[in-house]
Ligand binder design. Structure first.
Ligand SMILES: [Zn+2]
Length: 234
């Protein structure tokens, strides 16, 4: 019988988790395995460590939890920088960038490999035209869809309950983290919000790229908070 090893307390490990992240920094995508490639900690800590390592190397990294085995596997890909679609190379200003594969481009002039980000302010959805006061069933369905399109949605009730309930938290989509604000009608019976009642109660959703809040909200901190701290996880 094989005993399951207890997870390591990440506070007992160095910031890089004792991992040499540079060996995966050649620009290719790698799948890393808990206990083999990084210590036996929540993969969220490994992603945070990879992000810290990227900063130290003057690089950026995209990290994603594996969809099938999120407790054990992460995918990482380092790059020289990040560029928004339509923008020039941040390193040499070249306007010509070549698509390497999904979400990654290469600058033929300085050879920089860049993650393509759709995360500038243009990523924030504009208010739909003629947004009506009360949430119609169609609007509620659309907002629910927007919320459920995200992965790892973690929300907590924010502030004192009033005529609307505001939930705030974080989520992921395509390997990027987002700050999520969602407003709900309170339940008539004072019942807690659960996934089954989202669509009948939802009023508004805002999904904001987490990097816009750099220095203000540490989404990496949020991502490693225990599940018990959250009111709703989707
Ligand atoms: Zn360049």
């Amino acid at each position: 019988m094989k005993l399951r090893a207890a997870p390591v307390d990440p506070d007992t490990l160095p910031e890089d988790l004792g991992v040499d992240w540079s060996r995966w920094a050649d620009g290719r995508a790698y799948r890393l395995k808990r206990k083999k490639d990084f210590p036996n900690v929540n993969p969220g800590h490994a992603r945070t460590a990879a992000e810290n390592a990227a900063v130290k190397m003057g690089k950026v990294v995209r990290t994603v939890r594996d969809k099938m085995i999120p407790e054990k596997l992460i995918w990482i890909q380092f790059a020289d920088g990040e560029v928004s679609a339509g923008q020039p190379c941040p390193r040499c200003g070249s306007r010509k960038l070549l698509n390497l594969h999904a979400g990654v481009v290469r600058c033929p002039q300085c050879n920089a490999q860049l993650l393509l980000s759709n995360q500038g302010l243009e990523a924030i959805e504009p208010e739909p035209e003629g947004a009506d006061e009360s949430a119609s069933p169609a609007k509620r369905a659309r907002l629910t869809q927007r919320l459920l399109a995200l992965q790892s949605v973690h929300l907590q009730l924010s502030g004192e309950p009033s005529h609307h309930e505001l939930y705030t938290g974080w989520a992921e989509q395509d390997g990027s983290r987002f700050i999520v604000l969602a407003e709900f009608d309170p339940s008539e019976d004072g019942e807690d919000l659960v996934s089954e009642t989202i669509e009948e109660r939802i009023r508004e959703v805002k999904v904001l790229p987490a990097h816009l809040f750099e220095g203000l909200v540490d989404v990496n901190e949020l991502a490693v908070r225990p599940d018990a701290d959250w009111d709703l996880i989707l």
